[in-house]
Write a protein that binds this ligand. Structure first.
Ligand code: KG4
Ligand code: ZN
Length: 337
């Protein structure tokens, strides 16, 4: 049997600087420095994100190596997020990974961030991994996709958002309600106490297996404007029910298309991935489907992290699928291409 590779994985696609050490499919360490600086701006400021990655990357990698209890000479390969994401952020991780792989004289592995979100299901953490083929609903701050996964390197996009991503819808509507950034997890918490049927919002249709969320955001905006004119305290007095109703609408849109995809492809193995897969309402909606075998990632592997880059790199390592130093960060890089 070949030795299980030790891989250093780096994630820097948005506003989290991550480094992980994997041994085979197991996580030895998984360190994340989340950037608080963006909160005061109500969203990620790309230039600030890039500067923070520069400050964080060396301490985060150092911490990952130390926490894993290995020496850097034991690393068999260096993996990094090539894209998609913010170019300035990606450049920090990719430049660091290239230099480190050159210094160690070890292979370099480039990873697609969205494929990594899906492959996080294969991290050996005691939970069962999906059987192929399965459908993954990948829902994050930048993407909303329905992907048919036939192998660790075989992805086919069945549908995706034509405007905002699901996480973006959570965050933008939270902002309209006056909640801090990122609003998704806060709205989720509030929604647990509220009545999801109190308010009804638009369910924009995008056709086929695609999604649309910008109409929902506009529908909430105009509804709140009208109500606040009549009662300036409307949002404060109804925030729990508003959160529950908005969350229910987003989940209904996601579940409607996911059910359609499962039926169309005749696949009953269903997974969710990405930051929004941490949402309690979505997790309940998925697992309550009796005719599906469902896969829900552990919380720490839902939102951006480097362990997911490490597991994706493991599959490339065993096929000796390495990159050379001429590889470049790519802000737009479609899954499966
Ligand atoms: O995957 P991720 O960490 O970063 C991207 O690649 O975008 O996803 C971040 C997104 C944000 O929009 C955040 O609000 C959302 O995931 N999110 C949630 C929850 N936790 C994170 N949305 C709803 N409910 C949650 N519990
Ligand atoms: Zn992500």
């Amino acid at each position: 049997m070949i030795k299980e590779p030790i891989i250093l994985a780096i994630e820097s696609s948005c506003d989290d600087t991550g480094a992980a050490i994997m041994k085979g499919k197991k996580v030895l360490s998984n360190i994340i420095a989340s950037q608080k600086i963006h909160e005061q701006y109500g969203g990620v400021v790309p230039e600030l994100a890039s500067r923070s990655h520069q400050q964080n990357i060396i301490p985060v990698v150092h911490q990952a190596i130390t926490a894993a209890g290995i020496a850097k000479e034991q690393i068999d390969a260096v993996a990094f997020t090539k894209g998609p994401g913010l170019l300035g952020s990606l450049l920090v991780g990719s430049s660091f990974a290239k230099s480190f792989s050159m210094a160690l004289n070890k292979p370099l592995i480039e990873i697609n961030h969205m494929e990594a979100h899906i492959l996080a299901h294969f991290i050996e953490d005691g939970s069962p991994s999906p059987e192929f083929p399965f459908i993954c609903l990948t829902v994050s701050g930048g993407h909303t996709q329905l992907v048919k996964v036939s192998a660790p390197n075989d992805f086919f996009i069945l549908g995706e958002t034509i405007d905002d991503a699901a996480g973006e819808a959570f965050d933008k509507i939270s902002k309209i309600m006056g909640l801090p950034y990122p609003g998704g997890p806060i709205l989720d918490k509030m929604a647990r106490e509220g009545n999801p049927n109190k308010f009804t919002f638009a369910h924009p249709k995008a056709g086929e297996l695609n999604f649309s969320f910008s109409g929902l955001k506009t529908s909430v905006l105009y509804f709140l404007k009208k109500e606040v004119e009549k009662n300036p305290n409307f949002i404060e007095e109804n925030k729990i029910d508003l959160a529950a109703s908005v969350q229910k609408t987003i989940i209904d849109i996601l579940m409607g298309q996911l059910k359609k995809a499962a039926q169309q492809e005749n696949i009953s193995h269903i997974a969710i991935a990405g930051g929004v897969s941490a949402n309690s309402g979505l997790r309940n909606a998925i697992t309550s489907q009796q005719n599906w075998k469902t896969y829900i990632p552990a919380f720490q592997f839902c939102t951006d992290n480097a362990a997911m880059i490490g597991i994706a790199a493991y599959f490339k390592y065993i096929h000796q699928d390495f990159s050379n130093l001429s590889t470049k960060a790519s802000a737009r890089w479609e899954i499966g291409k």
